[in-house]
Design a protein around this ligand. Structure first.
Ligand SMILES: [Fe+2]
Length: 162
């Protein structure tokens, strides 16, 4: 067990240990998602280039806000937010992003797959936080998954209606 920083927060230390672990796992995935969104933003090509270029940057910006919320909650609970590349690479279980992609559909398909995987693991963590009676982490993660679902919609709409 990692040693926690002292806090007057009254959540039991045993609960905070588990919460910090799961928040660091979601932090790693959130950072992975930001990198994947920029990869798509930079490399997309095709007739829909400009709007996808902008949309992928919106995903990046939103994911950056989620990452900040998750990291700061980790620290508030007495933990250390482990957002360095080595930890992120070791922890993230999101699908790997291929550097070979170029067309809009391929990028939308890949990034929506990653967003969906992120949303799934955030939802699982909401349940864990509920079980640990941490309504605040559950609420924070609910905000994140609601945002991830919105971004997923904005991406998936490109793959529908054709
Ligand atoms: Fe840019």
């Amino acid at each position: 067990m990692t040693k926690l920083y002292p806090t007057k927060n009254d959540l039991p230390e045993s609960s905070r240990q588990v919460l910090i672990e799961l928040l660091n796992a979601r932090l790693a995935e959130g950072i992975d998602l930001t990198l994947q969104a920029k990869q798509a933003h930079w490399n997309v090509k095709g007739m829909s280039f400009f709007q996808l270029h902008e949309l992928f940057d919106q995903v990046y910006e939103q994911a950056g806000e989620w990452v900040d919320l998750i990291a700061e909650r980790t620290v508030q609970l007495g933990g250390v937010a482990e957002g360095v590349l080595k930890e992120v690479a070791a922890r993230s279980e999101l699908p790997a992003y291929s550097v070979e992609l170029s067309g809009g559909r391929a990028h939308v398909d890949a990034l929506s797959g990653t967003l969906a995987a992120f949303g799934r693991s955030v939802r699982a963590s909401i349940e864990s936080a509920d079980r640990l009676q941490d309504a605040d982490t559950a609420d924070l993660l609910t905000e994140v998954s609601r945002g991830a679902d919105k971004m997923l919609w904005l991406l998936e709409a490109h793959l529908q209606g054709e």
